[in-house]
Design a protein around this ligand. Structure first.
Ligand code: MOS
Length: 748
């Protein structure tokens, strides 16, 4: 079809508007129905009993006592758990992990499910679970990065090569005027989404309805279908809202599947809501890392070599290796570059994707090392970063599809007031005598696209329905995607009914890798464009239409009307076109996926620069971030209010990474000692200072049809490093073990 509605033409002005979340009122008034809010008639409550050891076997449980407890209906253990069509250790699909579904008595990690008690009330199920008192044959727990034999992982992250390099790193180091070798440690972290992995499961024969939060409903459907030997199409997942996911809600996790098994066992709907401490085991985490960076730089401050080695961990039985080296492939120009990995196996739940997997710990180590190198070269850390600015992606040699990092540095530095920063540390105090330090970090995150489909239907009244099985885990997809959907049709938001968050809608792909707006958005836009193309075809071939014969000039779709491109005074409404054609509706379809040609020719990333001020009590070591300014460029901004909010969220994770968040593992038992939100520290309002996010304009003509890059995860990168570097600038102390706690600062 000639020049009617190529996907890069936008038909409306909803994109770019700073709209408030459309579901915001529902959420703050309690009207938003989360998974655990669903209470179908006859529903029972299930509570998991989880292991208190990290490694061994369950030798006995007092199932009789639990079963005899008033209100308890059934106790699900390996003795009576429903047989599965496929063993849960059998994984095939990408992004899928082995599960613990009561198929045997093994304990592979702390807080592993060992039984499920099903009762008429939550209280009865909780009490019944407490009566089980499992007895274990415990074996020694392997805890920490030195606890077992190292090996080179077969791949890292979602299938990346573990070793990569270019140039001669050793030669680059030997000819360097300045050299640095530094090792940084980051701890295990647990996702701790506000909403747990709750599930309400209802079986009707071999058909299943599941209310559960999901970042990837199609993936979860496939996994559940494989386990139960049923058709994915017979599984309806409803996931309209998520109370966060952070990477842990991509596939189906053990607690979610156990809830479904429990419903199967008792033949009634079952609700299972894991307790907070049960999130520290069976639903993934970020593995600890020990990263050694070796850098060389000439007397002029130009890098001559960059070597980034990561030691990390997976579970004893499954593979996920935190891909921390990736940032070093893309950020700084160095003629010699190498990244490599080793790993150990620990008695822990399997790690998984979590809030900028790889980029978050990798960027913290890299930005710290770059800062140390700048100091060794006697250079301002921002000047050093500009000196080593990568014009093309260092590892791949590809040009960037677009890169506005210079503007990010300039805008951020200006707003922060970076000029005049003393180069050496320990120079400034505030009126209260607190040490003041300033630091900078570079932010980067890949612009990723997965696959998605969408459907649009325009009806005779000029209104439309647009559908996609996309996911909103709090990032604002309900609003941003509706804006794109409406623009695709040349309609106002009020004319479009937008549906998402349910697996019976077209496959919306996955809410991961900061890809939702780009991927689902592209599919939605194309679905609208398909409708407009069909509508224009009808009008242009109809002698009674003012658009008759407009084919060569083309048409414009705007505010529910098609107009001639060469004479916008000539046009008519969608409703008139459909009425005359006797059509009740037009249906359009859209599909989106990463374009292999783009991938081949360009490096696609969002970029940013983060500036931090910290204040440190010189006697007590108490630290506070007092100011944060980030400037980010991420292509087309669909909704500036929501994008800013995403940057804030990422930057707050950065505060968390630098100063708060860590799982403390008991070296003897292997258990996480702080499996609650009182002791597992995350930033609260008092920890979040004045925070600003500048939206730097960027037009990326290559990355995808709408020029959209992701904004969800980039904020965590750069920020943690900026804060660590500011702590050094305030105190002169370089803490290389994260989070930077006051004992580490004072003891260093
Ligand atoms: Mo994210 S860790 O890509 O959900």
């Amino acid at each position: 079809m000639p020049d009617i509605a190529p996907t890069h033409i936008r038909h409306g002005s909803n994109i770019g508007q700073p709209l408030t979340r459309r579901e915001g009122l529902l959420k703050v008034t309690g009207g938003a129905r989360y998974a655990a809010d669903n209470h179908p008639p006859g529903m029972l409550h299930a509570v998991m009993a989880v292991s208190s050891i990290a490694h061994g076997r369950v030798t006995s449980m007092d199932v009789a006592a639990a079963r005899a407890h008033p209100g308890v209906v059934e106790v699900m253990t390996p003795a009576n758990a429903p047989k599965l069509a496929r063993h849960p250790d059998q994984v095939g699909e990408p992004f899928t992990f082995k599960l613990d579904l009561l198929q045997d008595d093994r304990v592979r990690y702390p807080n592993q499910p060992v039984a499920v008690v099903i009762a008429e009330t939550l209280e009865a199920a909780t009490e019944g679970a407490a009566l089980l008192r499992p007895v274990y044959a415990a074996e020694p727990a392997r805890v920490g990065l030195d606890a077992s034999e190292r090996f080179v992982p077969p791949s890292v992250g979602p299938g990346e090569e573990p070793d990569a390099g270019k140039g001669d790193v050793e030669a680059g180091l030997s000819l360097a005027a300045n050299r640095l070798t530094a090792t940084y440690e980051t701890p295990a972290q647990y996702h701790n989404a506000m909403e747990p992995h709750a599930v309400v499961a209802q079986w009707d024969g071999d058909r299943l309805v599941v209310d559960t939060p999901s970042q990837a409903m199609t993936m979860a459907q496939a996994r559940i279908a494989g386990l139960f030997g049923i058709d994915p199409g017979d599984i309806h997942i409803r996931s309209p809202f998520l109370g966060g996911g952070f990477g842990s809600k991509g596939g189906a996790t053990s607690p979610q599947v156990l809830g479904i098994m429990a419903a199967r066992l008792v033949g009634r709907p079952v609700k299972l809501v894991p307790r907070r401490e049960q999130g520290f085991g069976p639903v993934g985490h970020r593995a600890p890392t020990r990263q050694t960076l070796r850098l060389g730089a000439g007397a002029d401050g130009a890098l001559t070599a960059l070597d980034h080695h990561t030691l990390t961990a997976s579970s004893t039985f499954d593979d996920f290796f935190e891909p921390s080296g990736g940032v070093s492939h893309t950020l700084y120009a160095s003629p010699a570059l190498a990244t490599s990995y080793e790993a150990v196996r620990l008695d822990t739940g399997t790690p998984t994707f979590m809030r900028a997997p790889g980029e978050a710990p990798g960027s913290l180590a890299l930005e710290s090392a770059i800062d140390e190198m700048a100091d060794a070269c006697g250079m301002d850390p921002l000047e050093f970063r500009l000196k080593n600015y990568a014009e093309v992606e260092p590892m791949s040699g590809k040009p960037f599809s677009s890169k506005a990092l210079r503007e990010c540095y300039a805008r951020g530095a200006e707003r922060f007031g970076w000029a005049g920063r003393p180069r050496v540390p320990l120079q400034r105090r505030d009126d209260a005598g607190l040490l003041v330090g300033w630091g900078v970090g570079t932010a980067t995150f890949p612009a990723i696209m997965f696959q998605a489909e969408a459907r649009a239907e325009l009806r005779a009244d000029g209104r439309a329905t647009v559908e996609i099985g996309a996911h909103d885990m709090g990032q604002g997809a309900w609003t941003a995607l509706a804006q794109i959907a409406a623009d695709g049709l040349g309609l106002g938001l009020a004319q479009v009914e937008f549906r998402m968050g349910s697996s019976d809608l077209p496959n919306g792909g996955m809410a991961g890798g900061s890809s939702t707006t780009a991927t689902s958005g592209a599919a939605l836009h194309q679905a609208g464009a398909d409708v407009i193309a069909q509508l224009a075809e009808i009008a242009m071939n109809d002698e009674r239409s003012p658009l008759f014969g407009a084919g060569n000039a083309g048409v414009i779709a705007r505010e529910g009307r098609l107009l001639r491109r060469d004479d916008e005074s000539r046009g008519e409404s969608y409703a008139d076109i459909l009425a005359r054609a006797g059509r009740a509706a037009i249906e359009g379809h859209g599909q989106a996926a990463a374009d292999p040609a783009v991938q081949e020719h360009y490096a696609t990333h969002a970029h940013g620069a983060v500036f931090a001020e910290v204040k440190v009590d010189p006697e007590l070591g108490q630290m506070r971030v007092s100011r944060l300014v980030g400037a980010f460029a991420a292509g087309r901004i669909v909704n500036p209010k929501l994008v800013q909010s995403q940057y804030f969220g990422g930057m707050i994770w950065g505060i968390s990474f630098a100063l708060h968040e860590q799982a403390v593992m008991d070296p003897s038992s292997g258990r996480p000692m702080n499996a609650n939100l009182a002791d597992y520290h995350i930033p609260v309002n008092a920890d979040v200072p004045s925070i600003e996010a500048i939206l730097v304009e960027e037009h990326d003509e290559h990355v995808n049809a709408l020029g959209i890059k992701g904004v969800g995860e980039i904020g965590i990168t750069g920020t943690a490093g900026a804060i660590a570097n500011a702590v050094w600038h305030a105190t002169g102390v370089r803490v290389r073990k994260f989070p930077i706690t006051l004992d580490r600062l004072l003891g260093a």
